[in-house]
Ligand binder design. Structure first.
Ligand code: HEC
Ligand code: HEC
Length: 388
């Protein structure tokens, strides 16, 4: 049944792609120019990304959502949402302490209930925590292109920024890649704390849904109490790696947000964007490197981000991940901005203007130049950003 549905869906997608060859890709479409085999992987990946998992599949014992699409859905499967998760921690001897013994730093806010002699409930921020941060669900459109950018590109970008614009220069996060076991440049997540989409697939399956896989074989201890894991009903790894590979396929082949249509006012706003220094961090264009997928190979795309960490002062969320300090955040990509209704890592801003006005630290000077714009220039800039 599923196989037939999948095949039909693949052919329908293929037909739509062929018929609409000259039309613009929509949110949720696959990258243009895929082979039939790649399209089949995209649709199979999307099905798995949308699939609701049950306790018998390995969901939990604590989790945040029962499918990837439960959170990633605005604008199409793979979008972001206004859903905000909670991280916590405290400072111990001057350093960030993720409070792993209390189930930190990420809260899993739901439990699978009574299992044998245990009862699994959602985690709570412990009283001892002094740091509490919200993290909004980010959209995944076009991330296969970001995944295909060579690490050396981001390292060079950091060096160029340090040389030519030291006041706003970003630095790469350096993290351990679970796929290779080696150090790698981080690209994904609010702190660039994850180096590639395969790693993120396993990470999210475990940390959002409580499903273990060969890359992430150990369950999280609910609220830090590892003795409870004796009651976990399904043996690890709960996924043999198949689902994780399918999530990776879907996200890798998911098209970038459609190119915006810019009128006269928006083009004026685009100049203001460069002029007041927004593009120092929100770098317009990046180019992919080699890729096994022809359609992702040596392509230029416009994410409006350098994917580097910047010290954002009071806007930072206080959580340290990899090399990222509490005040450092990844430049948020601005492509697809018009789909968002809440902005910044914790969704605290409800307008683009408020998001800009909250920039602090290395973003303070650009923020001040924005605040000083004439009403006309400001309106054009906001029109441009609203068209992305
Ligand atoms: C309960 C909600 C929720 C569920 C379920 C969920 N995510 Fe996410 N996702 C988030 C949040 C929140 C973030 C931002 C995380 C951060 O950086 O702290 C995120 C970020 C991501 C990113 C990084 C995107 C970027 O901008 O760099 C990827 C990739 C991702 N999720 C994939 C998945 C996959 C695959 C699944 C299913 C296995 C999944 N997510 C399930 C909430 C969710
Ligand atoms: C020093 C680097 C830097 C500069 C300069 C900068 N930004 Fe940002 N921007 C960031 C970072 C980092 C974030 C993510 C901050 C967070 O949410 O904690 C961000 C977030 C945003 C967001 C919210 C996006 C989202 O997904 O929520 C918008 C909109 C934005 N910036 C626009 C601008 C504009 C317009 C300018 C120029 C006035 C500008 N930025 C200048 C680094 C910068």
């Amino acid at each position: 049944m599923t196989a037939i549905r999948r095949t039909t869906r693949t052919w329908m997608t293929a037909a739509m792609v062929l018929l609409g060859a000259t039309a613009r890709a929509e949110f949720g479409d696959p990258v243009g120019g895929l082979t039939i085999d790649e399209l089949a992987r995209f649709t199979a990946g999307r099905d798995t990304f949308e699939e609701v998992e049950t306790v018998a599949d390995g969901l939990g014992p604590v989790f945040n959502g029962d499918s990837c699409a439960a959170c990633h859905n605005v604008g199409g499967t793979g979008g972001g949402s206004t859903l905000v998760e909670t991280r916590f921690g405290k400072t111990t001897a001057g350093a960030f302490d993720p409070m792993t013994s209390h189930g930190g730093s990420l809260i899993q806010n739901q439990g699978i209930g009574a299992q044998g002699t245990c009862t699994f409930v959602g985690e709570q921020v412990p009283a001892e925590a002094t740091i509490r941060a919200g993290r909004r669900t980010t959209p995944l459109f076009g991330l296969g292109l970001v995944d295909s950018v060579p690490a050396i590109t981001l390292l060079s970008l950091a060096a160029i920024e340090a040389r030519w614009q030291p006041a706003t220069a970003g630095r790469p996060n350096i993290v351990t890649d679970v796929v290779t076991g080696k150090r790698a440049v981080g690209k994904f997540g609010w702190k660039s704390q994850v180096p590639n989409l395969l790693h993120f697939s396993g990470d999210a399956y475990l940390n959002e849904m409580g499903i273990t896989s060969p890359l992430f074989p150990n369950e999280n201890c609910p609220q830090g109490d590892c003795s409870l894991l004796a009651c976990d009903p399904v043996a690890d790894p709960e996924d043999d790696g198949t689902d994780v590979a399918l999530f990776n396929d879907f996200m890798r082949l998911l098209a970038p947000p459609p190119r915006p249509r810019l009128g006269f006012a928006e083009l004026g706003g685009s100049c203001v964007f460069d002029h007041i220094g927004c593009a120092n961090c929100h770098v317009r264009t990046l180019i992919t490197g080699a890729s096994p997928v022809q359609a992702l190979r040596f392509r230029s795309f416009k994410p409006f981000s350098d994917f580097l960490l910047h010290d954002m002062g009071s806007l930072g969320d206080g959580i340290a991940q990899g090399r990222a300090r509490g005040t450092e955040m990844r430049t948020a990509p601005l492509w697809g901005l018009h789909l968002l209704t809440t902005f910044l890592h914790d969704g605290r801003a409800t307008t683009i203007a408020d998001a800009i006005l909250a920039h602090d630290g290395q973003g303070r000077a650009a923020r001040n130049r924005f605040a000083a714009l004439s009403p006309d220039a400001r309106a054009r800039l906001l029109k441009f950003l609203g068209a992305l």
